[in-house]
Design a protein. Structure first.
Length: 255
């Protein structure tokens, strides 16, 4: 039995990386899937790969109106939204001392405001139909504190943790379950670009980094995707308001 049979799933930031892996896993589990992204060539290619039950919606999620409109497009096409995944993220570097107001605002827009208004629209659809639904927010283990060069990112993602729990509490009687996943260092195309742009990484950096980690590898998008599918599905039972640390580093553990 497929876990998401006949469900309609919207994956924000779903055209590449973790989001694309989630979209693929949802299709595999029987869902109709819509993905958002800013680059049509990437999003449309993924939708074609996913097959006839997939849709690409062009949207800049830093714009609240576009975040809400993307949900509206999915409702227009499929009649409803059963599941929402907020996977879009900005990881541009900035410390407390060098972050500009513009960089701070960009992080808040992508990492917090976009998810807020996408959830607003998706949960409104679920509530209006009187049907249960699920939301999974992709957050980060860095939200517990993080590296000094991730100050605006941490601030926004920590806000998303609070929003996840607040919304879950507010809509528990509507049977809308809302959970978050604090993922650790993950091997994606975006991470490769970030390491090269901000940390001077060269070819071979991934193998070197993997060798220094307990499990011998960075987090894998397909493994994260399987976990997200579980949270979206009925197999995760009554769980709501949980923010799960999905990483190989143990918080609070010291050597």
């Amino acid at each position: 039995m497929t876990l998401l049979k006949d469900k309609v799933v919207l994956v924000n930031g779903g055209s590449q990386g973790v989001g694309a892996a989630i979209a693929r896993a949802c299709v595999r589990e029987g869902a109709k899937v819509a993905v958002t992204g800013r680059r049509p060539e990437v999003g449309e290619a993924l939708a074609a790969e996913l097959g006839p039950d997939a849709l690409y919606v062009r949207a800049d999620l830093s714009d609240a109106a576009q975040a809400k409109a993307a949900v509206g497009t999915v409702v227009d096409v499929y009649g409803r939204v059963d599941c929402l995944v907020n996977s879009a993220g900005l990881t541009s570097r900035g410390t407390l001392l060098d972050t500009t107001p513009e960089l701070f605002d960009a992080h808040i827009a992508i990492n917090l405001k976009g998810p807020f208004f996408a959830m607003q629209a998706a949960v409104a659809d679920m509530v209006s139909r009187g049907e249960p639904g699920t939301v999974v927010n992709i957050i980060t283990s860095s939200a517990h504190g993080g590296q000094p060069f991730l100050a605006p990112y941490v601030a926004a993602k920590a806000g998303l943790i609070g929003l996840t729990r607040n919304a879950a509490h507010a809509h528990r009687w509507d049977r809308v379950r809302i959970n978050g996943l604090n993922i650790g260092w993950t091997a994606t195309e975006g991470e490769d670009a970030t390491q090269r742009a901000f940390h001077g990484a060269e070819d071979g950096w991934l193998a070197e980094a993997s060798a220094k980690l307990p499990m011998g590898k960075l987090g894998q998008p397909d493994e994260i995707a399987d976990f997200v599918v579980l949270l979206l599905s009925d197999r995760s039972g009554v769980v709501t308001g949980s923010v799960i640390d999905w990483d190989q580093n143990v918080l609070g553990g010291l050597d």
